[in-house]
Design a protein around this ligand. Structure first.
Ligand code: BF8
Length: 649
């Protein structure tokens, strides 16, 4: 029987996506939304996590009639092993990204990377300080070289534990020590995950899961943190910047080049190259008004945060962007780039260029990106796009109008600066606003899109509900792009959307009620912010216990599993819109959704609807406020001179 097609409006929240899905139908192009239909009735063994493909005596599938695999592994072992492998893969993705950046820092320090250098000396010194590198009488190249060597040690160390863990509050560090979850080198943690899950090794589900948390800590406080910090050194620490988001940023009269993926090395160079007067002139010679550079997914977030380059869309819009018929070249690197892209591109004139040697796709043009001559490579790619402009078929072009203005670029440094200025940059006003109840709590909303639910719907409903309830929102990844498309990333949106208390704070400081903190590796910035809140004082001595929650509404990737785990291991409760594939084991389910409260002071919560997620988050925050003794809103008082003299500064 033919499957019933869902109405197009039920697939995506934003009008631009709906418009292009309709065009996809007219153009005969198949997208992830269609493929999701053909993949419905997901395998129950897979969704329950009880399918074991680890050895070749199987695959084994656990049922009440066959409760053990051939080797004797039961559902608890199998589910836990599958879970750990997901975490290890997510950690590997973030951390390999970080490794590439550290290797680039090393090259830049040696002066061997064309076009790269130390863009943010302050960020370099900040990080050097954390690694006890004495900057006296050293050039910035020498400092960077020493730092790069130390950072490479974070990946390879066999016996030393990660030095970046010192960036966490002492209470978290002590919990990790007492629970034996302090990670050694990042690579070692990932290798050990694969070893433990090999047939016949670790069979105790709780031991396996504890290693999942340990490995995830090596991501949040290790790999991802290193990626964000090194990006800041090489490309600059983000500060608020205006831009716009959604497919309407694609300009019909421009040569259009989209960057998609995660690693910022090439997209930084493309940003520079796209402004080269000679290149702009050759685009004009080809009949275009200029070069239109925009991004998809987290590469988009990287160049948005630092340069204000517009965002064309999030994960499920990557194919839709091509369906505009107006993209000359899409440059892809690693992670979240669909293998279907060349097939979609075939319906138009778009060339998909795969620039990473570890990520090739059939039908894409391979292009080895070499950091030794990065600027030349970037120019070559833009030239490709200019050359391809003449092949565009105007009859196939239809670009939705819709795009919204945004303000992004909220690194922790930027937030501190906005709260206190250059001389008194601090989280004090934020902590005070939380203690007074003007800000009820802080929620990090992160993660992906998933065609199993309507694109952006959960994220947008939840975000609006929380903002209305005076919750300050920190965002990254595709969830941030969802709010961007909804027009909620401007300070002005506080006027329309935020509760009175939050609105007052946003208006005073000049920030939006939703702070875009960057790409997925920048979830480490949310941890950094949580640590800063603790260090500032007044809200307890631990991240666990802060009136703060994490939510991954529409997550789908293994990276999201790793992120969820490091949030929980750091003491932040995490609400999931989609459930983990663990319900085939009651013990594993309980461990993740309850037992970790006793270990880390936080756990996972599965909330299938945004309404349920909002009430759960507000309840968790209310309970934390009560425990901290800040559940009754303190009276606002006008200070007289005597009061002012008593304030200690
Ligand atoms: O790393 S949020 S869909 S793009 S995995 Fe991928 Fe998910 Fe988007 Fe960025 Ni993160």
């Amino acid at each position: 029987m033919p499957r019933e097609k869902k109405p197009i409006e039920s697939r995506a929240w934003d009008a631009a996506s709906v418009e292009l899905l309709e065009k996809a139908g007219r153009d005969g192009v198949v997208t992830a939304f269609d493929r999701a239909d053909t993949q419905q009735n997901h395998c129950k063994f897979g969704t329950q996590g009880v399918c074991c493909r680890i050895c070749h005596m199987g695959p084994c599938r656990i049922t009440p009639k066959s409760p053990r695999g051939v080797c004797g592994a039961n559902a608890d072992t199998i589910v836990a092993r599958n879970f750990l492998r997901e975490v290890a893969s997510g950690v590997a993705a973030h951390s390999d990204h970080a490794r590439h950046l550290v290797l680039l820092l090393k090259k830049a320090a040696e002066g061997a990377a064309q076009g790269y250098g130390i863009k943010d000396e302050k960020a370099l010194l900040r990080m050097a300080g954390k690694y006890d590198i004495d900057p006296a009488e050293k050039t910035s190249g020498e400092i960077a070289a020493t730092l790069a060597a130390k950072l490479l040690g974070e990946f390879t160390s066999q016996e030393q534990t990660l030095e970046t863990l010192n960036l966490a509050p002492v209470k978290q560090q002590n919990i990790w020590k007492s629970m034996n979850t302090v990670p050694h080198g990042i690579d070692r943690m990932i290798v050990e995950s694969m070893h433990r899950t090999h047939i016949g090794v670790d069979h105790d589900y709780s031991n396996i899961l504890m290693h999942a948390f340990r490995t995830s800590i090596a991501d949040g406080w290790g790999g991802s943190r290193i990626a964000s910090m090194v990006s800041d050194i090489l490309f600059g620490t983000p500060f608020p910047v205006r831009s716009s988001a959604n497919l309407g940023v694609i300009r019909e009269d421009h040569v259009n080049l989209l960057v998609h993926g995660h690693e910022p090395e090439l997209s930084e160079m493309l940003t520079i190259a796209s402004q080269d007067p000679k290149i702009v002139a050759s685009a004009k010679e080809a009949g275009a008004a200029g070069i239109g550079l925009a991004g998809i997914c987290c590469t988009a977030n990287e160049i948005l945060m630092r340069h204000g380059i517009p965002v064309a869309g999030n994960f499920l819009q990557q194919e839709l962007a091509l369906i505009t018929g107006a993209i000359e070249v899409m440059v892809v690197d690693v992670q979240c780039c669909m293998p279907s892209l060349p097939e979609v591109a075939q319906a138009y004139h778009t060339e998909i260029v795969a620039t990473s040697d570890i990520a090739r796709t059939i039908g894409a043009t391979p292009f080895s990106f070499d950091t030794d001559k990065a600027l030349d490579s970037a120019k070559e790619l833009i030239k490709k796009a200019i050359d391809n402009f003449k092949s565009r078929d105007p009859k196939k072009v239809a670009i939705p109008k819709s795009h919204k203005p945004i303000v992004a670029g909220f690194s922790v440094d930027a937030v501190k600066y906005m709260l206190g200025g250059t001389f008194r940059a601090s989280f004090r006003p934020l902590n005070d606003a939380v203690m007074q109840g003007r800000i009820f709590g802080i929620v990090g909303i992160v993660g992906c899109n998933n065609p199993n639910s309507r694109l952006d719907e959960y994220t947008n409903i939840l975000t609006k509900e929380l903002v209305k309830n005076n919750v300050l929102i920190l965002k990254t990844g595709c969830a941030a792009i969802a709010s961007a498309k909804e027009g909620m990333l401007t300070p002005e949106s506080a006027l329309n959307e935020a509760g009175d208390g939050l609105r007052e704070v946003c208006e005073t400081v000049g920030i939006p009620p939703i702070l875009h903190m960057g790409s997925c590796v920048d979830n480490s910035r949310i941890l950094e912010a949580a640590a800063e809140v603790v260090f500032e004082g007044g809200l307890g001595d631990s991240i666990a216990g802060l009136p703060a929650v994490g939510v991954a509404p529409e997550w789908m990737s293994e990276k999201a599993v790793a992120i969820g785990c490091y949030f929980v291991a750091s003491g932040v409760d995490v609400i999931l819109g989609n459930a983990f594939h663990v319900f085939g084991s009651e013990k594993v389910t309980d461990f993740l959704h309850s037992t970790t409260q006793d270990i880390f002071g936080a756990s996972f919560h599965h909330c299938p609807s945004p309404e349920k997620a909002a009430t759960t988050a507000l309840d968790i925050i209310a309970a934390a406020r009560k425990k901290l003794g800040i559940d009754t809103q303190s009276e606002r008082k006008l200070f007289d001179m005597k009061d002012r003299r008593e304030i200690l500064v």
